[in-house]
Design a protein around this ligand. Sequence first.
Ligand SMILES: Cc1cc2nc3c(=O)[nH]c(=O)nc-3n(C[C@H](O)[C@H](O)[C@H](O)COP(=O)(O)OP(=O)(O)OC[C@H]3O[C@@H](n4cnc5c(N)ncnc54)[C@H](O)[C@@H]3O)c2cc1C
Length: 419
Amino acid sequence: MTTDADVIIAGAGPAGSLAAYELALRGVSVLILEKSHFPRYKVCGAGLTHKILNEIPFDVSSVFETQIHSFIFSCGFKEVFSRTTDEPMLYCTNRDKLDDFLLRKAIEAGARVIHGETVMNVTQEAQIVSVATRAGTFRSKLLIGADGASSAVARSAGLREHIMPGLAWEAEVKVDPETLKAFSHTVFLDWGSFPGGYGWVFPKGDHFSIGVGGPASLSKYMMPYYQKLLDYLSSGGVDRGDDLKSEIRNSKFEIRILNTMSLKSWPIPVRVKRSSFHKGRVLVAGDAAGLTDPLTGEGIYYAVRSGILAARSCYDYLQGSAPSLASYSTAVNDELMTELLEANRIKSLFNTVPLKIHRFVRDSNRAWGAFAKILRGERWYADVPGGFGKWKVLWGAACSLSKLISDQKEKRFSKNGFN
Ligand SMILES: Cc1cc2nc3c(=O)[nH]c(=O)nc-3n(C[C@H](O)[C@H](O)[C@H](O)COP(=O)(O)OP(=O)(O)OC[C@H]3O[C@@H](n4cnc5c(N)ncnc54)[C@H](O)[C@@H]3O)c2cc1C
């Protein structure tokens, strides 16, 4: 039977475009089916950590809007402090630009794309995968589902198990020029207000992205939390009664909102157990696979990395050097899930004693250094238990206990909200 491509990829986000780039570069025929028309808006803080940049095999600096040198932290809008670094810790971009850039790279490498093509359903036959879209049917030897958080591919192929739903609300916000300038290199984070979630402000060149996120089970409290965040920011930020420790002159993150351009919610799927990321001729990557950091919501790194791993497994299979796509599930479980499961344990610990950890990051250069190293990809969550040496067992026990306490806290919050 004839095929439309060796590999079809559903979705042209970071996971799909990187998978397409890697495959096309190796001479594999690739067809991307993308439901939107690029460049398209995507709800996202679009903070790019060094570990993302280390993973993308070409330079993306042309799409950076801002470089982040300082973080202002509050815990439940209290005990505000800031931390700065000489080297940028993060780069902010807009997803319309980033994703368009990544897709262009895939096309330059030889991938084809059809825009406005929504994948609906997937059927596997002996030698082939049939991909039904709104417009018709496409056939390929292999299929990569990189179609994001509500993946039709994952659903259709039965690859959606062990996913804990998260949710975030975010708005693109115009502010007065002085605020924009004053905070062009600063991210604001409020943690400890919302179990399993946090609020943020990311500067994006000509505007800010302001958002809140957390477990979907607490979704009814997210807009009240978002409103609290806005009230806090527009009322001058710092609570005068707080013990303000400042490393930069102005730790107040005070903003005057001129215009809210969009306010949207979006799911953040979090895989909480090792499982299979392929079935027969179908693989899932990025958000479609639930590969997001439960602690921070970071997903672009996991999308890029899983896209690259998916491409490698597809290539090996097509070359005849691997009998199946099982190497993909193994690689994702060994590498990415190890990291994400540790992040989940740290999240429970944070939920249990948020103020203690907040103060630890404020007062300990070692703690701040570890945070910075994780953002830079110089250290991994999975390294954390090893740092306890012979006390590693205690770390494990503390995490297990924290999980119980953290779950209780979430349940209590779900009943009582902010009261
Ligand atoms: C509010 C918010 C803030 C975030 N902030 C950050 C951050 O600062 N840093 C970070 O690293 N991560 C962040 N994330 C997570 C990040 O956005 C995702 O993890 C990342 O976009 C996943 O990339 P992906 O390629 O897997 O999926 P996506 O980027 O979602 O791309 C999927 C693509 O598939 C297309 N598609 C969808 N369905 C179909 C279909 N049926 N057929 C064909 N095409 C389809 C979509 O149009 C889209 O282009 C944030 C998420 C949210 C919600």
